[in-house]
Design a protein around this ligand. Sequence first.
Ligand code: PLP
Length: 454
Amino acid sequence: MYLRATGSHPHWIKELSFHHEHIPMTRSQSLFNDAVNLMPGGVNSPVRAFRAVGGDPVFFASAKGCTLTDVDGNDYIDYIGSWGPFILGHSHPRVVAALHAQLDRATSFGAPTELENLLAQKIIDLVPSIDMVRMVNSGTEATLSAIRLARAFTRREKIVKFEGCYHGHGDSFLIKAGSGVATLGLPDSPGVTPATAGDTLTARYNDLSSVEELVTEYGEQIACIILEPVVGNMGCVPPVDGFLQGIRDLCTREGILLIFDEVMTGFRLAPGGAQELFDITPDLTTLGKIIGGGLPVGAYGGRREIMEMVAPAGPMYQAGTLSGNPLAMTAGLETLRILTEDPEVYVKLDLQSAKLEDGIRANLSDLGFPYTLNRVGSMITLFFTERDVRSWDDAKTCDTGLFGSYFSEMLRRGISLPPAQFEAAFLSIMHDDDVIARTVEANRESLAVIRKNA
Ligand SMILES: *Cc1c(COP(=O)(O)O)cnc(C)c1O
């Protein structure tokens, strides 16, 4: 399965390939062999290619609740949830019905619809910091627009982000820290210019003093500080006590806008996201994932006086041909309606997630594995390191090879985990006791196999 058409194979590879011909290729493998010639790396988003864990990606055909079915007819328990959106599970009957009904009416106008009012009102009702909202088509668009808005509003140019936080693929975010803490950033991808990188400053997550240093050095130039209030993108990393409040105070004092990137945590940790859970109000919030209910939606919103800078109310330009798309609004609105109908939904999600956590912890200590497990509500990451994981420096100490083996063993047992160590797994309301028990059993078997092979 590693013998992809790359042009000319050396002679020995042809022999090897001949030797393996009696092992039939799965349909997933065959599709991936085709895909690598059609799309860069065979995928439309890098993590899907399994490069962080080894092996070939699984191609999926259908999904219902928390069960995925691949193109070869195998079933898996899903802990990716399309990277967050499926908090209700896949193909929730009410979301599907709402989409069918909308499909029969229209799929796009490029003109205003009532659906946009309804979803906007719902978001404003739920998210404490949002008085006004603008819909876009992805989380990336939301964060790009939010920092442009922060710059427009403050008339300052620099932004502060944190190492290990992910805010989509905008140039300003593809930045690695310079050599010292209080230095300007460097491009972290070819194609990002040093000029752009120089406007992004990078601090250490959960280290307020690293932010204070930047503010001391660049205070009057800083437009905004953007962060994931609970990180999902270096694996699940909660903020330590006082960290978010400390940043809030610093921003207020220095006239810096605080942006919570709640693309992952919004509607995931509480109806009002992490800002409700921790009772900290940012100036701007970015949303995505769950607000689209599985269709492509992002949004940014915040205080009215800031949002009124956005065109056509104000001078900051931002637009989108398919923004507020009727199908996407429908999926998002129905998802948020169902979520908020049950006042116990987050308690139940937390309870099921705690059962999973307890089961995995018991397995790990029985088998004597060094590990750290972080969980906030239905976001959970098992880190293969002994170190407490509070920042990217900690996360980097993980044994990613071990994670790769664990991932493959779990997949073989029908458990679909995010294919990288530095990701959060998600539960949905469909992860019932039976599903959790099967997962804990697969976890025990997988760890035992790894132990034996070590
Ligand atoms: C997923 C994610 C993004 C990017 O969203 P896309 O829809 O993939 O562009 C931005 N910020 C956070 C916190 C995310 O988890």
